[in-house]
Design a protein around this ligand. Structure first.
Ligand SMILES: Nc1ncnc2c1ncn2[C@@H]1O[C@H](COP(=O)(O)OP(=O)(O)O)[C@@H](O)[C@H]1O
Ligand SMILES: O=C(CO)[C@@H](O)[C@H](O)COP(=O)(O)O
Length: 498
């Protein structure tokens, strides 16, 4: 019998559950997928009930694989910003509206016009379509009968935790992504709530990430063959947990996460507005912060491309064919703007392009261009973070894409820096398990948890010849946005007219 904790990461494409022991070893892991509900352009939703069902299914599967364990605690990580609206009976009033849903451009304009400079001084962020407040205002405007029934909103992992414990709360790393949070005071902003006539009672109670918030409800505890209670700790936003799970605890390192979204993140001493659509959010410890750039459709670009043009191949076979293709895909460039883009453009209208197609290009050139384009987009984020933090000397890469070493080498070559991968690339779920480990008293601090649980498995060095070639392509890549922005605006108008 060994004692373990569980980390549950409610990702966009799937829930990942890991089981961690006190020595920092993963003794089991399991993934369960769920679909996006894309009702129309710019609308991306999920059914919160499915998150709960798939999590329970995942726990059951994990307990079949790994027996003879006593689970001491559980904690959570989750996709950020998603709006889950609860009625007075604490039932979801509609599907969750996700972080990559960009229907809220006019609500973002309203937020900027109403708050002016206060938006930046209070939230330290721009008003972006993916954040939670614009979503609330969209529902208020377009579905007033639903908005009237709102008792409280929560974010995805907070809903899942609520269903498993009966306790409702949120913690600063996710509250920071709502645009209703006062970053300096680490509290809900009375001023922002009042500006939009939002009663502060709809904001969930704030706790800290490693705080004990309740126990697993009896009907779920029955899944585990143990008598002792299972303690539940709040957890954090997926990018904060991913950074913890990757050992990013000081500004000398940066995280590159390539999941559905792409993220480049580095810790920051202060909470401050940066500009260029760099996000500035709370990390897991009180008054700790990070800054990050986000590519909306990173892994999602490859998923979309594979399902549309190579549905019968798995990711490994699809990516295998890019090995023989030259750097720059023989002059083919891709911009990953399937949902619009956050950093550095903050533009929900822009759409993806392939530029430079010629009759000698085969599918494998397109596949390589997709991978290179996603990575160029992350390099743009990285360059902006470097302007803020010139101490970065180490990059750790996590997320689904890390399964492929060809892609990881492309990251090292485009960034021109060594890139490390971890023994366990499930960064956010590991980070959540580490929070549970701190909660149950196994680890004294986040730093100690990192030293026990995080292990680099391999560091890929950049090929500087390749980097130089990529630098030329990168200069072309950066021009595509400004060259295509007005075409995409025209196209949007035509589509809307038809
Ligand atoms: N074997 C693989 N090789 C390269 N990329 C992969 C592989 N498997 C999955 N991916 C990429 O990882 C993405 C999913 O990453 P993941 O971290 O699970 O996302 P999320 O946390 O958003 O659910 C997929 O969309 C795909 O682009
Ligand atoms: O919106 C953001 C960050 O601001 C996304 O990074 C989401 O948090 C989803 O993450 P993944 O599911 O892609 O890991």
């Amino acid at each position: 019998m060994q004692n373990v904790v569980l980390g549950i990461d409610l990702g966009t494409s799937s829930v990942k559950i890991v089981m961690l022991n006190k020595q920092g070893e993963l003794v089991g892991q399991c993934t369960q997928s769920y679909p996006l509900i894309e009702v129309k352009d710019n609308f991306v939703e999920q059914d919160p009930g499915v998150w709960v069902e798939q999590t329970i299914r995942g726990i059951e599967m994990l307990l079949q694989q790994v027996t003879d364990v006593i689970v001491e605690g559980i904690s959570f990580s989750g996709q950020m910003h998603g709006l889950v609206m609860l009625s007075e009976q604490l039932q979801p009033l509609r599907n969750a509206i996700l972080w990559n849903d960009t229907r809220t451009t006019s609500q973002c304009r309203l937020i900027k016009d109403t708050l002016g400079e206060k938006l930046y001084s209070i939230t330290k962020n721009d008003a972006l379509e993916g954040f939670t407040l614009p979503k609330l205002l969209w529902v208020k405007e377009h579905e007033p009968n639903i908005y009237e029934q709102l008792h409280m909103f929560v974010l995805p992992k907070d809903y899942l935790r609520f269903k498993l414990t009966g306790e409702l709360c949120i913690e600063p790393s996710d509250a920071a992504g709502t645009l209703l949070f006062d970053m300096d005071n680490q509290s809900w902003s009375k001023e922002i709530c009042a500006s939009f006539n939002i009663p502060q009672t709809v904001c969930p109670p704030l706790v800290t990430s490693d705080q004990l918030v309740g126990y697993l409800l009896p009907k779920y505890k029955e899944l585990f063959s143990q008598n002792s209670e299972i303690s539940v700790y709040a957890g954090g936003a997926d990018n904060a947990c991913g950074a913890l799970g990757a050992g990013i605890v000081n500004p000398r390192s940066a995280l590159v996460s390539i999941g559905t979204s792409g993220v480049v993140l580095t810790p920051s001493d202060t909470a401050r507005y940066v500009g260029n659509f760099i996000h500035s959010f709370s990390y897991l410890e009180k008054f700790s912060n990070y800054i990050m750039g986000v590519t909306l459709a990173a892994g999602e670009s490859l998923r979309w491309y594979k399902s549309t043009f190579a549905p019968n191949l798995d990711f490994d076979n699809l990516l295998h064919e890019i090995e023989g293709i030259p750097i720059g895909s023989n002059g083919l460039l891709y911009t990953p703007y399937l949902f619009g883009e956050r950093t550095p453009y903050g533009d929900a209208n822009i759409r993806a392009s392939f530029i430079g197609i010629k009759n000698t290009h085969h599918r494998s050139h397109f596949t390589r261009a997709i991978v290179e384009g996603i990575t160029f987009s992350l390099k743009q984020c990285f360059d902006l973070l470097k302007e803020q933090n010139n101490q970065i000397e180490q990059i750790v890469c996590i997320g689904g894409a890390v399964k492929n070493e060809i892609w990881l080498q492309i990251v090292a070559d485009i960034f021109g820096m060594p890139v490390s991968k971890l023994t366990n690339e499930q960064g956010p779920a590991l980070g959540a398990a580490m929070i549970a480990g701190i909660g149950v008293g196994w680890f004294e601090s986040y730093e100690q948890a990192v030293s026990i649980c995080v292990e680099t498995s391999r560091t890929l060095l950049p090929n500087m010849n390749n980097h130089q070639q990529y630098t030329k392509y990168f200069e072309c890549y950066k021009l595509i946005y400004s060259e295509t922005v007005s075409i995409n605006d025209m196209l949007k108008n035509i589509v809307n007219e038809v």
